[in-house]
Design a binder for this molecule. Sequence first.
Ligand code: ADP
Ligand code: MG
Length: 319
Amino acid sequence: MDEFALIDAFFKSMTHKREDVRLGIGDDAACLTPPAGQALVVSCDTLVAEVHFLSNWDPYDIAYKAVMVNVSDLAAMAAVPAWAMLALTLPQSPESSWLKAFSNGLQDGLNAFNMALIGGDTTRGPFSLTLTVHGFAPFDKVVSRAGARPGDSIWVSGTLGAAALAVERLKSPHQIPQDDQAILMNQLLRPRPRVDLTPFLQTYATSAIDLSDGLSADLNHICEASALGACLNLDAIPVHAVVNQYKQKEALDFALQGGDDYELCFTVASEQEAAWHRCMTDSGLQCFCIGVMEAEQGLRIKESDGRIRALRPQGYSHF
Ligand code: ADP
Ligand code: MG
């Protein structure tokens, strides 16, 4: 199958319900109608074979995960997802069944957020894929890493460490029972970007980031962008139950340094705190308050006995 037949059969055939796509796949460029008066928020993430995923994974999972990690960046900006472009590089022309599963994963991932695939590029080379995603938010509601202030409380949207434990289990022999392994693999293969938090971030967050590299490394980005420091409360860090069960002493390290969780970390101003608590109660959201932003730069963590020690930001880094 040549490049053009492949695009037609597996990508141009994908469906969507968006009326803001005037020209999608098939022309030299896509033509779109962004909503009047809103900011266009754009992000791309590359997934490289044997680095971000294994090439023997189900192609459905590879494509699905690519959508989720990209949408997570839009969620961190409090933007509503809309469009996606795919740059796909493959070592050889794959089997039709491989491409079908890949495009099904892509379609299901995009459908989950009412997104349209609007174009891309298909090339031969070492296996990797890059998605570019576009979303919208009112100009004054976009949440960046730079808006935190001293005294803001620090929150995470869910439990941490399970994806990192799944990665470790893939690399080494293990004794974790099948059902717990399934929980870990599900966390790694099917992250759920927290777009459900978008309206709440728009109202209450002073800054936000998604947790792709690890809590300490990612929170440090908020600290640096906001020219502040942070003090975490060790007992408040929400460690995933399966990580607690199998990792005991190291569990906290998985939560602080483990990547791939795709929960959000965000800050809330103290004067908004009461309203934010009411909002969580009313909407049934469970987020965890893990510390406070401080004027003194650097990361610190308060141990159970009240002692405060420096915390080195550590997480995944390619170089
Ligand atoms: P050009 O040669 O003008 O760059 P291409 O032949 O690369 O165009 O692509 C033809 C059309 O198919 C374009 O609309 C492009 O956006 C789309 N396309 C190519 N590869 C992909 C892909 N992997 N996924 C989605 N759309 C793609
Ligand atoms: Mg091209």
